[in-house]
Design a protein around this ligand. Structure first.
Ligand code: C5P
Length: 310
């Protein structure tokens, strides 16, 4: 029976600015998302009886209709208009859950790409990005990954004109906490809602500021991103571990800048290169663990999910 394997990368936010509220109740955002070398793996086996089944290495994860992988598979089957299409999917979960790393969104994007191939549907990446926006705000970015400007609720993608500087990162997360994205945005509205921008003209000015940011233009500068995340100060009072993670990361030699990713609770520090970071990881491994954090050493990557036919 036909099988394939898809590696689905996590993402971090190099920039997350909450601009205002949209008519659909979502927030208008200006973001730079960056794919990183931390991967979930999905193994897919074709079925011809129309059934879609999901099993996972992480037993705390629902494998029912609320899982974004199942949502993505059912959506693609609807778009293909063929009731016989089915699949057995096994998810090897490595990206931490509730971390702001788009693990679920990347799994959904990997499902769309993997099944497009397994079911021989021939949808273009642009069509898959449109389907992706029906699943979640971060899913369209995850179709092509790499580094992208993301506007709207996250689904309006603008590829960069130039590749940006490649950094390595140390990612940490307290395994005992996870932050709900809807909660973080509703708290943001409560705390900062009165300062939200109101007009499309104001939104566009902010988008243009980001497009023009010098750190995004590799040919002008090799300085690290300033790392702005408007949700960070919203989350910290309720999750002091985030503040503790940021202080810990800032204390390491060679740490260039630190931030929370997405709506948390993972945090990261950027480093110039992987060699420098490897030394830090070896030196501080037990300290990071004794402070209650899991950690990962990774790098920026310039792609999205990868399909293997082995
Ligand atoms: O689109 P997604 O399902 O990932 O969004 C989860 C929740 O996060 C939304 O229901 C909404 O409450 C909040 N959200 C938002 N504005 C965005 C993205 C997400 O308010 N741009």
């Amino acid at each position: 029976m036909k099988t394939l394997r898809v590696k689905a990368p996590a993402k971090i936010n190099l920039h997350l600015e909450v601009l205002g509220l949209r008519e659909d109740g979502f927030h208008e955002l200006a973001m730079v998302m960056q794919a990183i070398s931390l991967f979930d793996e999905l193994n897919m086996k074709l079925r011809n009886d129309g059934k879609i089944s999901l099993h996972s290495s992480n037993k705390s994860l629902s494998c029912m209709d609320d899982n974004l992988i199942v949502k993505a598979a059912k959506l693609l089957k609807d778009k293909a208009k063929n009731n016989d299409l089915g699949v057995d999917i096994y998810l090897d979960k490595k990206i931490p859950i509730g971390a702001g790393l788009a693990g679920g969104s990347s799994d959904a994007a990997a499902t769309l790409l993997g099944l497009n191939s397994l079911w021989e549907l021939g949808f273009s990446k642009l069509e898959l990005e449109k389907f992706a926006s029906l699943i979640g705000s971060d899913v369209p970015f995850c179709i092509s990954g790499g580094t992208q400007l993301c506007f709207g609720r996250g689904e309006k993608l603008e590829p960069l004109k130039e590749p940006i500087n490649i950094f390595s990162l140390l990612l940490v997360k307290d395994p005992l906490i996870s932050v709900s994205t809807p909660w973080a945005y509703s708290k943001c509205k409560e705390i900062k809602g009165s300062e939200y921008l109101k007009t499309e003209e104001d939104f566009e000015k902010k988008r243009q500021n980001l497009r023009d940011a010098s750190w995004l233009n590799f040919s002008i500068t090799s300085s690290p991103p300033p790392l702005i995340n408007d949700l960070q100060n919203v989350v910290i009072p309720y999750y002091p571990q985030v503040d503790k993670a940021l202080s810990l990361l800032s204390s390491f030699n060679g740490s260039l800048s630190v931030s929370m990713s997405g709506s948390g609770a993972s945090c990261f520090a950027l480093f110039k290169d992987l060699d420098e970071l490897s030394k830090i990881c070896t030196k501080y491994d037990s300290r990071i663990e004794s402070e209650g954090f899991q950690s990962w050493c990774c790098s920026f990557i310039n792609h999205g999910p990868e399909i293997f036919y082995d």
